[in-house]
Design a protein around this ligand. Structure first.
Ligand code: XMP
Length: 512
């Protein structure tokens, strides 16, 4: 294993991700927990010191155990990790004016180094810097291998001992070729790169067993990829100690509830409570047309309903959630930030405290594509793993204005035709999310010599990497024409089809 000592950087998990991409297993430990005894127990083949927010010039700031430098394995220090290394090995770090550097920078090579093999190709290499302090004097045994205008010691090493220390962050996207440094580092540390998602699954299962013991776990299943993968993984670990609660608010897509209950209840044999609460939700939404009021009503009822069903599971001590790493970063860096609420996202974050439950979040270290890979490893069908995201408030936010059963019925049918078209044309996997919104307007049409006065609908399809920004998908006109014809012919109640070509921003993906 490779040990990552975490000094509190926002992007420590990205280091682990880069290593997973190289099929190397790593373990992240907060610096407070790292003692020499722990290191000997873990017996890492290499160690990475992460970045961190503190300043080594401050008394009592985080350090690595001194013995780590005599342990005899390669060490890579990143940013704060570099400064820790320099300070502990006898160099000097300064803080204050003129020592900070944030954002894009270019590093120029100064000498050859095994860590840098194949990295510098033609001239300076773009890197990402984010530091307040910098190294002013190297520790004995270290030399400079790369410099940037703001960091004369951008890349330093004691090559004989395989200690490497860089000022920038090779793990982030804005250091485009940073992965090469990790590749070189793990290779020179002797890793074979034979670790796989199958190993991740085994480790996750062992962890869940250890955390949960023989207690019971409740999992809110939404039918989305994250909660589904979490449920199947936890079920593999602890079997019927897990019960899933699937809240059907009556705002699901066509056949969604049947698909979820068939898949998890019948196929996986996971104890599943199918809470059909559509009367409750649709009743409460009657006459409500304000988007925020809709969202809040649904969010509030969802928590009540979930709690009501969870209370029937005796001895439940844990709540399982499909939290992913990006959710963790966002909640850390943006909580209490200056951003305004665009939409009240459906969120059950307050549930565990309210119910006195502890959390199990087996996907907390993973990114979306890794969750899909894990789902694949667990044998979930590809068609399920590749599903587009579906929002918690469901069709309510795709039905601007007042929600009626009639409109929901029409919307479900039109949506099913649209998705069928997308699948038939092999476009599903190219699109981040596609759906129909039913508009609160009726328009006049003529069908078979008769007059119609029916609803208009809008098709939406976007490309995106994270849902934060998005562009509309460029269907061919033939596709759009064929789809419009099918919807009008096959769905009674719709006589006009439009295509939404708004990007995000300024639009949002959903209509409300
Ligand atoms: P917007 O409409 O904000 O959507 O551009 C961005 C992504 O988030 C999904 N979305 C939600 N997901 N609960 C969710 O779980 C919600 O309340 C919610 N609102 C929007 C949306 O489908 C898109 O993928």
């Amino acid at each position: 294993t490779l040990l990552i000592i975490d000094f509190g950087s926002q992007v420590t998990q990205l280091i682990a991700r880069r290593l997973r991409e190289l099929n190397v297993f790593s373990q992240i430990m907060p610096y407070q927990a790292v003692t020499m005894a722990e290191i000997e127990r873990i017996a890492p083949k290499a160690i990475i010191f992460s970045g961190g927010p503190d300043s080594v010039t401050r008394d009592g700031s985080p350090r690595a155990p001194d013995g780590v430098f005599d342990y005899g394995v390669p060490i890579l220090g990143i940013c704060y990790g570099q400064q820790v290394m320099m300070t502990q090995l006898g160099g000097r770090v300064v803080s204050g004016e003129g020592t900070s550097e944030f954002g894009r920078a270019w590093v120029t090579p100064a000498a050859e180094l095994d860590l840098l093999e194949g990295w510098f190709s033609d001239g300076p290499e773009q890197v990402w810097m984010s530091h307040g302090d910098h190294v002013a004097e190297l520790a004995p045994g270290f030399s400079v291998y790369g410099t940037s205008p703001g960091a004369p010691f951008a890349i330093t090493a004691d090559a004989a001992r395989h200690f490497y220390a860089v000022q920038f962050h090779p793990e982030v996207h804005h250091t485009p070729r940073g992965a090469r440094l990790y590749e070189n580092f793990v290779r020179l540390a002797g890793f074979k790169g034979d670790w796989t998602m199958a190993s991740y699954r085994d480790e996750a299962i062992a962890n869940i067993r250890e955390t949960v013991g023989d207690a019971k776990v409740i999992c809110g299943l939404s039918g989305g990829v994250d909660s589904s993968v979490a449920a199947v993984l936890i079920h593999e670990a602890i079997g019927d100690q897990l019960t899933c609660v699937f809240v059907d608010h009556g705002l699901l897509r066509l056949n969604e509830a049947e698909e979820v209950t068939r898949m998890f209840g019948d196929h996986y044999n996971i104890p599943l409570i199918h809470a059909d609460e559509s009367e409750l939700f649709l009743g409460a939404l009657e006459g409500v047309s304000d988007p925020e009021e809709k969202r809040k009503t649904i969010g509030r009822l969802f928590i009540d309903v979930f709690q009501k069903h969870a209370d029937t599971i005796e001895g439940a001590q844990f709540l399982a959630q499909g939290t992913l790493y990006p959710d963790v970063i966002e909640s850390v860096s943006f909580s209490g930030g200056p951003s305004v609420t665009i939409k009240s996202h459906h969120n059950v974050g307050g549930l565990p405290e309210k119910m006195g439950l502890k959390l199990v979040e087996p996907l907390r270290a993973l990114f979306k594509d890794e969750v899909r890979a894990l789902g694949h490893e667990l044998g979930l069908p590809d068609s399920f793993i590749g599903r587009h995201p579906f929002p918690g408030p469901g069709l309510a936010i795709r039905c601007p204005g007042e929600i009626t059963r009639e409109k929901l019925e029409i919307l479900r049918k039109a949506d099913a035709v649209y998705i069928d078209q997308i699948r038939k044309h092999g476009l599903y996997d190219e699109i981040w999310q596609a759906f129909v919104a039913i508009l609160p307007v009726r328009t006049v049409g003529v069908m078979g010599d008769g007059r119609t006065y029916d609803f208009a609908c809008a098709l939406r399809a976007v490309t995106s990497v994270d849902g934060m920004t998005a562009d509309y998908y460029q269907f061919s006109h033939d596709f759009l024409g064929e789809t419009a014809t099918r919807i009008i012919n096959e769905v009674r109640g719709i006589n006009r089809v439009t295509y939404d070509i708004t990007s995000k921003p300024p639009g949002t993906i959903e209509w409300e």
